[in-house]
Design a protein around this ligand. Structure first.
Ligand SMILES: [Zn+2]
Length: 573
């Protein structure tokens, strides 16, 4: 990380500290020998624990110890145990859930734009009312009308800043599902005896919005001032892709604040970060996420009366195209580049001793084990399958307006999540080659367009053309993300803080690097930092994107502690 050398003794900086302290000095040989010996001892210990990208260490899962801040007081954490604090914090969280900041693909269908916009204004006001110290101390920049960027100015501007990210919008609640909710989705109902707080956004992701601000408000209350500037950004349209919110925030941070490549660490929401494997808690921090390619497929055929249809209507052609696409899923590939391999290694090392197929697959990785292991993991869960394969989903189809008329145009959308070992161009290539035989067989012209450029065209023999198929890509395109490092200070702060906050007496936690199948707002922040970590710090939620979404109150309070300690630990890098 950029910035000044720390005067603090950090367990994982010992070797550097000793080395630098010897530099430039003439010392007695005996002292030098002692220091070098000590340095090497520390270094070799560290190397044993240090993840590197070499294949030798790819198959081990070194774990750091808990990382606790050396400045400040341990008693700062006591407030989070008090009933008064918990009750008040949960009320504030509930207040945030009660404001329906829903993101609709087409806002006009459900609510007026005005109502939606008012909700974001109310949400911002709720934050400023809930956290008066933040309101009075941090600088708030409103970006593109509704996204928020808080700046907590550090005392040492040369130190690389920390960026905590979340989003304020939530997926909508289908009116048809209202009766299935135990408590209404925007009630923010608090059920202390059962440790739940209910509502849309309780899991995704108002918990991270509120917990990060609770942590900062608490640090302000004890007089903490960071050396490194802390930015907190909340987008308002993550559930629609983040193009109006996070994208604009990233542009502002890069172009106006001049922070391109200079942010020391970005922490954004994750998904299913906590799993229990054979009695061991495994916490996954996503160090990469897959790419996206969305194809539009258009079938144009002759219209006419339904009483004299051709052999295949436009709908029938599209049905065959969809069948051809679904018949050929992308292969599973478990490469060294894919952080999912690191997750598997960690789970095997600490929690999977009973799964001999995984163990043997890892041991014989380069002798055929890789393929067996990949297929085995894919067969166990879809989420695992798609951490190794590009997924392909036909998500929308439109065609036909009248039961007795043949549709001239039928359109379908296919969304692919691009694996770490592929690219949008390769996915396009595979997809159109799967569809081409359908067009040829049925006698339709065939055209493939990649960002306005025709990359392939097939014209049927003269007189036999019954229509056309056009595949366009990318309507939206995103390559797989860079892989964030796990051998630097930013990762060590992340991992060490997780150990310190989530390990309880007698219960160890394993922290594993991993891969997100979906995308977060961080896709716009690659230019700001190479250290991007996606983590869901609120343990124990349910109902993600569906009915009865609810968060654990205890999990929520832990998340506040996580941000609190993360900010302090980061400040001591
Ligand atoms: Zn989310």
């Amino acid at each position: 990380m950029a910035g000044e050398a720390t005067p603090l003794a950090r367990p994982w900086q010992s070797s550097n500290r000793l080395k630098s302290s010897t530099k430039g000095f003439i010392v007695l040989a005996v002292v030098l020998v002692m220091i070098v010996a000590q340095t090497e001892l520390v270094a070799s210990k560290w190397e044993q624990r240090q993840p590197t990208s070499s294949s030798r260490s790819l198959f081990t899962c070194p774990q750091l110890g808990p990382l606790n801040p050396s400045k400040g007081s341990k008693t700062w954490l006591d407030r989070f145990e008090s009933r008064d604090f918990v009750n008040a914090a949960v009320e504030r969280f509930s207040g945030a859930i009660q404001i329906p900041t829903e993101s609709f693909d087409n806002v006009k269908v459900v609510h007026s734009t005005k109502i939606q916009e008012d909700n974001f204004v109310r949400f911002k006001d709720h934050l400023l009312t809930s956290f008066p110290k933040i309101r009075d101390t941090l600088n708030l920049t409103i970006i593109n009308t509704h996204s928020l960027l808080f700046t907590w100015q550090g005392t040492t501007p040369t130190t690389a800043p920390l960026l905590l990210m979340s989003h304020m919008d939530v997926v909508p609640v289908l009116p048809e599902t209202l009766s299935q909710w135990t408590h209404p989705p925007f009630s923010g109902h608090i059920d202390h005896p059962n440790d739940w707080i209910y509502g849309r956004g309780s899991v995704d992701t108002k918990g991270t919005v509120m917990a990060s601000l609770e942590a900062i408000e608490s640090l302000l209350a004890v007089g903490f001032t960071p050396r490194a500037t802390v930015y907190v950004s909340f987008g308002h349209d993550e559930e629609k892709g983040g193009f109006a919110g996070a994208k604009e925030v990233s542009k502002y941070m890069e172009n106006v604040l001049g922070l391109g490549g200079r942010v020391g660490m970005v922490v954004d929401e994750g998904l299913d970060s906590f799993t229990e494997e054979a009695g061991v808690s495994v916490v996954t921090v996503a160090v990469a996420e897959k790419g996206i390619a969305t194809f539009e497929v258009v079938v144009e055929t002759h219209g006419g009366h339904s009483s004299v249809p051709p052999r295949n209507t436009g709908v029938g052609v599209m049905a065959q195209i969809v069948a051809a696409v679904e018949a050929r899923p992308f292969p599973v590939v478990l490469s060294e580049r894919n952080p999912f391999l690191r997750t598997v290694v960690c789970k095997d090392e600490y929690a999977g001793v009973v799964d001999t197929i995984v163990r043997e697959g890892l041991r014989g990785f380069y002798e055929g084990g890789r393929e067996v292991l990949a297929e085995y993991l894919a067969s166990k869960s879809l989420a695992s399958r798609y951490r190794m394969a590009t997924s392909q989903a036909v998500t929308k189809i439109n065609g036909g307006l009248k039961v007795n008329a043949l549709p001239e145009v039928v359109t379908a959308y296919i969304q692919d999540r691009v694996s770490m070992d592929s690219s949008t161009a390769e996915v396009l290539d595979v997809t159109w080659k799967n569809i081409l035989p359908v067009a040829k067989e049925l006698g339709l012209g065939f055209k493939v367009i990649n960002i306005g450029e025709v990359v392939y065209e097939w014209v049927p023999p003269a007189g036999s053309n019954v229509g056309n198929v056009t595949i366009t890509l990318p309507l939206t395109g995103l390559e797989p993300s860079p892989v964030s490092p796990t051998d630097n200070d930013a990762w060590r702060v992340m991992e060490g803080t997780i150990h310190s906050v989530y390990e309880e007496a007698g219960k160890k936690v394993i922290v594993a690097p991993g891969l997100m199948n979906g995308n977060t707002d961080t896709k716009f922040f690659w230019g700001l930092s190479k250290n991007i970590y996606r983590f869901a710090p609120v343990m124990g939620g349910e109902g993600y994107h569906t009915v009865n979404e609810r968060a654990s109150i205890k999990g929520y309070i832990k998340a506040i502690k996580f941000y609190h300690e993360l900010i302090r630990n980061y400040d001591e890098i």
